[in-house]
Design a binder for this molecule. Structure first.
Ligand SMILES: *Cc1c(COP(=O)(O)O)cnc(C)c1O
Length: 346
């Protein structure tokens, strides 16, 4: 258990020996959190194309494999499995390790196996499924992971992880009746912190604030923090699975027949535990800002380079990822659905 999914990607790419002059295959539809760890190893990300349903364009993938290819990363987008057999065959033919990015697929039944059991390695992200401030994992069903002992994160890191959690819980009104007690304390902390930071920045003439999307190499070799591991172990998987599935199905029904948009996947087969609800909208330039303004929890992956994969470029604007987290209340899901219906009808 590591500190994040991106740390897990960097760890595995480095440990299979990829570095400067080597290439790692990545899907054209991706987020920065996948690219930066690959770049950190010195290897060059090479992007392959996807089909409109986000399945892998195998013919394109084949042309992208070279004698410098050291790894191939695939993504089970939003919790839905990629068809593995053709990719596995291709990777085996060329001796390229297959890395399953299961950041969206923490749970599920993929042909009788858990996600991540088909390829050489798999990574996952805890923060996407659990109420934790850090955490990622790296597993292999095929290889002995040469795991050097992970360093404990240290008290400061664990404390920050805890504080971050409490702050977020309070800001979303999740800790009643403690809220009234905690909110003023946190405000005092924020004020003090802003002061300290301003002073420190003046003194050192640099800002320490880390980019949330960035990847920091100093988290490599560090173990997931104790508070996060505690919460991870205490989370009831059955409730997580059923609530996420219920939220997803609610969105399916709410958006059925709605003009100007369509779910990327219309139904939810058994065994799928969704990460988000992917909605493709026809007029993102109006819909996206409206939903942002309304405060609907959703986002899109915008850092997709032009000219490689038309599908991915289009989805960087049109594909909205709507949260369907287990801890969203039914009333919040209903409110989100109503906001989307209004936005696509304007
Ligand atoms: C979020 C994400 C990651 C990185 O996970 P973190 O835990 O946020 O570092 C990797 N791959 C995909 C597809 C992701 O969505």
């Amino acid at each position: 258990m590591l500190t994040s999914g991106r740390t897990a990607i960097a760890t595995i790419i480095a440990s299979i020996g990829a570095g400067s002059g080597d290439e790692v295959l990545l899907p054209a539809y991706h987020c920065r959190a996948m690219v930066e760890p690959v770049r950190w190893t010195g290897a060059t990300p090479v992007l392959y194309r996807l089909n409109p349903d986000l399945s892998i364009d195998i013919d394109d993938l084949r042309t992208k494999i070279s004698d410098r290819t050291r790894g191939c990363i695939i993504v089970h987008y939003f919790g839905f499995p990629q068809e593995l057999s053709a990719i596995l065959t291709l990777c085996r033919e060329h001796g390229v390790p297959l890395i399953e990015d299961c950041a969206h697929a923490m749970y599920g039944d993929f042909d009788g196996l858990p996600p991540g059991a088909g390829g050489d390695y798999a990574i996952a992200s805890m923060t996407k499924f659990f109420p934790v401030a850090d955490g990622g994992c790296l597993v292999s069903a095929r290889h002995e992971l040469d795991s050097p002992a992970l360093r404990a994160a240290g008290g400061r890191y664990a404390f920050k992880s805890c504080l971050n959690l409490v702050e977020r819980a309070v800001s979303y009104d999740r800790l009643r009746p403690l809220n009234h007690l905690l909110a003023p304390l946190l405000r005092i902390k924020d004020l003090a912190w802003t002061r300290i930071k301003a002073t420190a920045t003046q003194a050192a003439n640099h800002s320490e604030s880390s980019d949330a999307l960035g990847f920091s190499p100093d988290t490599i070799g560090v173990r997931m923090s104790t508070p996060s591991r505690f919460i991870f172990r205490r989370t009831a998987a059955a409730r997580l699975v059923s609530r996420r599935r219920n939220h997803y199905r609610f969105f399916c029904d709410a958006f059925a027949g709605l003009p100007n948009c369509r779910p990327l996947v219309r139904n939810l087969p058994a065994g799928i535990v969704p990460y988000v609800f992917p909605l493709v909208v026809d007029v993102p330039q109006t819909v996206f800002p409206i939903l942002k303004f309304d405060g609907v929890p959703m986002f899109r992956w915008e850092d997709i380079p032009d000219g490689i994969c038309d599908v991915s470029t289009r989805y960087s604007r049109q594909l909205l990822q709507l949260c369907c987290h287990q801890d969203l209340r039914d009333s919040e899901i209903e409110w989100m659905a109503a906001a989307v219906r209004r936005a696509v009808n304007t």
